[in-house]
Ligand binder design. Structure first.
Ligand code: FES
Length: 116
């Protein structure tokens, strides 16, 4: 079983910017790179905490990588692979998404991914 959520307008996220979303039993964030959107669960594979430094701030200073505020792990924006830090070699959980006819970001997640 999957659950569908509408995050918000895709134009809310500009190039090299990120935005977090709090959904019922699930926190996710989206990043735009080279025009494409990437959506991940807001859950660092190191200690399973939220990644952002401040609200909607998921990227490092150069907006080159996703960076965890816990211990500075760096993740590739396009793949979610951790390339540096205590969870090197692990991945963020990618979430498939689509843009609907009204320009809204819509995600479909398996119910197992939802927190209790
Ligand atoms: S909790 Fe993310 S790097 Fe430690």
């Amino acid at each position: 079983m999957t659950k569908t959520f509408t995050l918000g307008p895709e134009h809310d996220i500009e190039e090299n910017q990120s935005k977090g979303y709090e959904l019922p039993h699930l926190q996710v964030f989206a990043v735009r790179r080279d025009g494409l959107l990437y959506v991940y669960k807001n859950d660092c594979p190191h200690l399973n905490i939220n990644l952002e430094w401040q609200e909607d701030q998921f990227l490092d200073m150069d907006a080159a990588f996703i960076q965890c505020s816990g211990h500075g792990a760096l993740f590739e924006i396009e793949t979610g692979l951790c390339i540096s830090g205590p969870c090197q070699g692990e991945h963020l959980t990618a979430i498939a998404h689509e843009i609907d006819a009204h320009g809204q970001i819509v995600i479909n997640v398996p119910e197992e991914m939802l927190d209790n």
